[in-house]
Unconditional design. Structure first.
Lengths: 585, 585
């Protein structure tokens, strides 16, 4: 118990101080996050008179629990539905923000003569804005429900996804020391595949299970199950060498589709609040105020770069995506800070031992400064855009006006989209099913490492082992392969109809259309086979066996055709049902 | 981060398994606590095939957080108001249960030839029933609102207090190896004083602060402040060498008087549920199933002893306190199990290294068995008491009937109690104020160890240091001393009025009454001075200085008399206000 007592003493110091600070900073009308960080500095090892924390390691561990709960809550607020609504604008704005800030950060680092890896991490640190701070600032100013705020939330969602991709890529770069485009593409592809499959499988399973538990059980059962899912999935994600932040975010996004979302949010909020307080305090613990004095100059430059860079990049992105200048200005001002994601990236660099020690305190200080300025910037956005509009030369404002008009012309007219949207939908469905097929084969190949020794007990021949594994994957993938085949047929029919015009093909019209409609699916399935073979290289049976397996599979497919169609349809229906369900109030 | 990942893996295993188990045990209609313990056994080090936990120490630490939150929640449910309502009956029943079970447990241990300390801890383990299990069982059976259930809750509250006293005493015995009645009395006296002062001071301060925070802040602020108070107070308690469980319980009891009790309960519930799940899993972790086989015989005996012993002791206590036989039977059946408090006591023995390794698994198994039987026992209570009533010989039932009647005669008649209740009230007020005075002098004596080195900078003479410290304590205690003086005066007047009858004293009546009324307070204050001097021995100034201090104090008291009366009155009013406030719905 004595180790425990020491730990509880530490926790007591942290929580007691956090309690004082939260009241104090609320009175000072400053974000409480800053207060937590200040509390961390006070009790931290770098400031006299007391070293109040005995077992920093355990507190750090609890802080990591804070990251899990923070990312999980972000996931809960993430909503595929909301993302589809703000869609294109949010993606354009977030992309332009991230790319520009990555570049600015990298260039600043190089200009100060820092190492490549430090500069790269600085870029990543500056790229993502802080959801926590923004939500707080917008609700303090009472503008949370305005349209520009909705757009900002969309941008934050896209940023979260891109940020997670960045975390994965940075981890890869840090380990190999370089970024080849090929590896980056494979990494991102794998990540995308993993996210897609987890979301689909998760949304099929988790909301149903939680619905059952919420119906029969009490709050305690629901909470423990939610935490069980959350940590269980995090465990899986960590085993696959992704970050725990990704896992928490994804499982949160899955639960966001549950009918009981609000109840879950309610139950998880105290855990998030308690542990994120600890997380922010641990950030302060790592902060050495002396470093800040040494690096006052970079800190000033970077803070200005964050505010101006985000304003320009995100504002411009918003404008280019077709919103008016006032909205663009407000969006740009709102996202002009860095926060929790930056801390996560900075601590990734530290734990991977690829960044210098000064980067972390700089990130924290810049975050503190830009957090302080955020509410003022949001408030001056409107006056500023009015003044700008008045001061702008007529020629420039004409160009802007024409751009907006041109953009509106680009939107497809109402009589056009039937065939276009139909095609788009079929292509998306084929892509999703293909992704699932790929995931199954990759998954089985990955699992083969563990399954092979077990199989070896029964099957001595290594080739037969492969046949068994590959066949298993094939059977699992069958409903999705059948779906791909059927969708490709529809697509081919559509293509044949559209591409072969009677005016040109004359009396061959029907024949050519028939050939296209028959040939395209066959060719496509051959392509699918090549893809699958490439993905499952390690368990692909030798050619002779392969032909045998394929023939058997073809026979089995004929036999089970209706069953495959049925099972796929019911999965699709289940997924749509979950999506269409609104969370209970 | 890698230590963190390992820890999060452990946590993931614990939470994922807890999630599965909670659903499973709910379907099996068994208490989920048993499921958590079973989950702990499965992932624990004693059961093959896997050793799933890497860093048992950290999980244990989190389990201790579970104890904190459990005891804090118990405190929140503790209510001085409720305790006053069920009062005497609950105290008699709980006392008779604890004393008898302590004795039975000790005797069983001796009969099996165990060491004295093991036997003593066994007695303590068997003494306290499980609030968690009882609340669950009663609400499952739908009898939570019946009068006997209210009585059971009262008993549980008294048990909690006595259990905490037992924890303190056991800790003392374990360290010194023996229990001298004098030391036990002093220990209990100190504990009582500490509890009284913490409750009074806490109820004066904490609900007010929380009320302010709840008014101006959001849930996050309130939660962090509540946790700040909770852990801060736990820190203080631990520094005073009491257990953290006591601290959590007391601060919970203080917050139970807050208007925002329900909001606080709501915010803390997820933390309690999550961490108590971990706590129960860690109990399973420590359980070696092989020990259970070796100790099957003691386990059977102890389980039967728990059920029969508690039924008889608590039932008889209830009956002796004046309830009817049916209620007594139901109460006895309801409390017939052991639970979380027993685990806390058992792990105290383990961490103090005074008990043998087998005691813990025995406690857990007996708890599991008696938890399983509890719902059935509650259900058969009524049929059994009917059958007993029919089977009882008329002579016996006559005796019982006469006892009940006699008890009802004991209750004071309606015209009697005015002077009695007035006297009682004044005595209680004097006692409380004396307790506060004592606490101040003890506190300053205790604090002198830390203050003396600081004072030494300014004051060289050790005697002057004492004068300063003792005077400070005196000034602090002044309002309470004045109150003691004034209450003693009233008491003396009352005494003079009652004890000196004109029939006997004749024409001296007035004079004698006057002498008594004047003399009693002076004598009492001299007694108070002796008490204070004894308590503050280490900082008592030498006689010459002491006289000087007392003379100055007397002068100061005259000067500040009205102010002292005013401040005491406003504290009393504030306290009463907080007590009278009902928590918001």
């Amino acid at each position: 118990m004595h180790q425990g007592i020491g730990f509880i003493q530490d926790l007591a110091v942290v929580m007691a101080l956090a309690g004082v600070v939260t009241v104090l900073f609320h009175r000072l009308k400053q974000p409480v996050v800053l207060g937590y960080i200040a509390a961390g500095v006070i009790i931290g090892p770098y400031t006299p008179p007391f070293q109040l924390i005995h077992d920093e390691q355990t507190i750090q561990t609890l802080g990591e629990l804070g990251v899990v709960f923070l990312m999980f809550s972000l996931g809960l607020e993430f909503s595929l539905r909301k993302l589809f609504q703000v869609g294109a604008t949010a993606i354009v704005a977030a992309l332009s923000e991230i790319v520009l800030m990555l570049w600015i950060g990298y260039e600043i680092g190089r200009a100060f003569g820092w190492a490549t890896m430090d500069s790269l991490f600085l870029g990543a640190i500056l790229a993502i804005s802080s959801t926590t701070i923004i939500v707080k600032a917008l609700s303090d100013l009472g503008v949370k429900r305005e349209p520009f705020a909705q757009l900002v939330f969309g941008i934050l969602i896209v940023e979260d996804i891109l940020g997670i991709a960045m975390l994965v890529l940075l981890g890869g770069i840090a380990q190999t020391g370089e970024l080849s485009p090929g590896i980056a593409l494979i990494t991102l592809g794998k990540l995308l595949l993993f996210m897609l499959v987890s979301l689909l499988a998760g949304i099929l399973i988790v909301p149903r299970v939680l619905g059952y538990i919420a119906r029969v059980g009490n709050d305690e059962m629901l909470l423990v199950s939610v935490l069980g899912f959350c940590f269980g999935f995090c465990l899986l994600v960590v085993k696959l060498d992704y970050s725990i932040a990704l896992g928490a975010f994804l499982i949160g996004a899955v639960m966001a589709e549950s009918r009981h979302l609000h109840r879950i949010e309610h139950l998880v909020a105290p855990l998030r609040d308690a542990f994120s307080a600890i997380f922010f305090v641990t950030i302060g613990l790592m902060l050495n105020p002396l470093v800040l004095v040494d690096y006052a100059w970079p800190i000033a430059v970077i803070s200005i770069a964050v505010v101006l860079g985000k304003l320009v990049s995100c504002g411009l992105g918003t404008f280019l995506a077709g919103r008016d200048g006032r909205t663009a200005m407000r969006v740009g001002m709102t996202v002009s800070q860095i926060g929790e994601f930056s801390f996560i990236i900075a601590s990734l660099g530290l734990t991977l031992k690829v960044t210098s020690g000064f980067l972390y305190p700089i990130a924290v200080t810049v975050s503190a400064i830009t957090t302080l300025t955020t509410p003022y910037l949001i408030r001056i956005a409107d006056p500023l855009s009015q003044r700008l509009a008045r001061a702008m030369p007529p020629a420039v404002s004409n160009v802007f006006g024409m751009y907006s008009q041109w953009l509106r012309c680009l939107v497809p007219r109402s009589d056009g989209p039937t065939i276009f949207s139909l095609t788009k939908r079929i292509v998306v469905q084929i892509a999703v099913n293909l992704a699932l097929v790929s995931a199954i084969f990759i998954g089985v190949s990955y699992g083969a490492r563990y399954a092979a020794p077990l199989l070896a007990h029964w099957i001595g021949d290594e080739r037969i082992q492969r046949v068994v594994l590959w066949s298993a994957a094939l059977v699992l993938a069958m409903p999705f392969l059948v779906a791909v085949w059927r969708k490709t047929q529809s697509l081919a029919l559509l293509l044949a109809e559209v591409s072969v015009q009677p005016e040109k093909a004359g009396r061959f019209t029907r024949a050519i259309r028939h050939v296209i409609a028959e040939l395209v699916p066959v060719v496509s399935m051959f392509g699918v086979f090549l893809l699958v073979a490439a993905l499952s290289g390690t368990i692909l049976p030798p050619t002779g066996f392969l032909v045998g397996v394929l023939v058997c599979a073809a026979a089995l497919t004929m036999l089970l055709w209706r069953w495959c169609v049925k099972i796929h349809a019911s999965m699709q229906i289940a997924l749509r049902e979950t999506f269409d369900e609104r969370p209970d109030a």
